[in-house]
Design a protein around this ligand. Structure first.
Ligand code: UD1
Length: 404
């Protein structure tokens, strides 16, 4: 990841070969420390792990923030949990994320298979690269798998987006969140409810850092480009839909009813529906023919910029995604979340999000209210300001200084 390391003050690349200093052991790196104006500088090796679509927009600003400071070298590992061009590559391109140093290419599988594959392929890489700190993001299988590996190898772990809880252990992501937070050494929270949840679970206060929302860092940076970016065939008013949670798409009967409700909503306003690969598969398996839903426009999964452009102009967003609840709150766009709970309560309490549960009557009613102009005016939660990643680097820098 040559673009990643700072090249300003001193070497992040080996002399002669030009290779980035990423595979050296900690003691080797320490030996490379140089006296500069009587100040001893250490190069700290940060290894980032990403795997699935929602990780990419969280890691991008953190990688950038570390590369803007001196004293760090970085390695980026992609587990390959998401592998399609439109679920992965296009995000790297648009968000300016450097090419990963390693791709574990685990692909799809059951939760156990996918997690186990990541664990067994990631361990040798950590042993070889010997990072000083591993940063994991969000709540996907790649997050927990990497955290488990590092905890056994006694490699310090930072969890970006720590502390979120839906209190619903039927969600695979909730298990991933709890386990990752249990083993992490630095817990970077996006909102104060995260701090409270961690304290309630007995995590020491000194490990918790309320830094704000890194996903909003990416949104703030990309917003000017998104304003210039819009496909010409999009209607003036529309509802934007995304669904991929097992609770919505794995149960055929529920999925069928949900689709019929969307079709009804679509009689009042055109619906744009970028379909996640998991959802496409389930619709196909359930024999649900998209041609039968004339008021719904089914689309391929969108790139970051295309989707942000669609979100910011939508009259309403209907979703079960975690990140979209946050992005709509920042944008002030009404969001209807088809879930019984949310690990992001701040989006309901002070943002523009409405939780309608598995209640299709409430879904219709809430969309109707929003479209008739009766909606709450949300505000942006504290520290969702575009600078969360910089605060993470500050914390890491300070803690490194403390350990010297
Ligand atoms: C994962 C995350 C979820 C996140 C979502 C965003 C976990 C437990 N879940 O769910 O939190 O909100 O990503 O997208 O980690 N597939 C493809 N191409 C791809 C990726 C997936 O076709 O590039 C298909 C495969 O058939 C796969 C299915 O989608 O079986 C589900 O993918 P998987 O990564 O297992 O979980 P997601 O549902 O995407």
């Amino acid at each position: 990841m040559a673009k990643c390391g700072s090249e300003n003050d001193y070497d992040t690349h080996e002399r002669g070969t030009g290779r980035p200093i990423v595979s050296a052991s900690l003691s080797d790196q320490r030996r490379r420390c140089r006296q500069l104006d009587k100040i001893t500088l250490f190069i700290m090796h940060i290894l980032h792990v990403v795997g699935a679509r929602p990780n990419f927009m969280k890691a991008a600003p953190v990688i950038r923030a570390f590369s803007e400071r001196s004293g760090f070298t970085q390695t980026l590992v992609h587990t390959g949990q998401h592998y399609d061009v439109n679920m992965s590559d296009v995000f790297f391109q648009q968000l300016g994320i450097p090419e990963p140093d390693a791709n574990l290419q685990v692909g799809s599988g059951s939760h156990a298979q996918q997690t186990a594959e990541i664990i067994s392929r990631f361990e040798p890489l950590v042993l070889e690269r010997s990072p000083d700190l591993v940063l994991v993001y969000g709540d996907v299988n790649s997050t927990v798998a990497a955290a488990l590996v590092c905890s056994k190898l006694l490699v310090p772990i930072g969890h970006v987006e720590a502390g979120l809880r839906s209190f619903d252990r039927t969600m695979p992501e909730e298990i991933n969140r709890i386990l990752t937070d249990r083993v992490a050494d630095m817990l970077f929270t996006p909102s104060s409810d995260g701090d409270k949840n961690l304290i309630d679970e007995g995590v020491e206060q000194k490990k918790i850092f309320f830094v704000g929302n890194v996903m909003i860092d990416t949104l703030v940076r990309m917003l000017p480009a998104a304003k210039q970016h819009m496909a010409s065939d999009v209607p003036d008013h529309y509802a934007l839909v995304t669904l991929h949670r097992p609770s919505n798409v794995d149960d055929v009967q529920w999925l069928t009813k949900l689709m019929k409700t969307l079709q009804e909503v679509g009689r009042g306003i055109p619906i744009l529906f970028p379909v996640h690969p998991r959802t496409r598969q389930r619709l196909h398996e359930a024999g649900i023919d998209s041609a039968a839903f004339q008021s719904i426009r089914f689309m391929e999964p969108q790139s970051y910029l295309d989707f942000l452009a669609l979100q910011m102009r939508a009259s309403v967003v209907i979703t079960d995604s975690g990140g979209i609840q946050e992005e709509t709150t920042y944008l002030g766009v009404p969001c209807v979340t088809v879930r019984e709970n949310t690990e992001r309560p701040v989006t309901v309490e002070i943002g523009t999000n409405f939780l309608v549960g598995r209640n299709l009557g409430r879904l219709r009613e809430t969309v109707g209210c929003i479209l008739s102009g009766k909606m709450k005016k949300g505000s942006v939660p504290p520290l969702w300001d575009g600078h969360a990643a910089g605060r993470i680097v500050d914390v890491v820098q300070t803690s490194e200084a403390r350990t010297k």
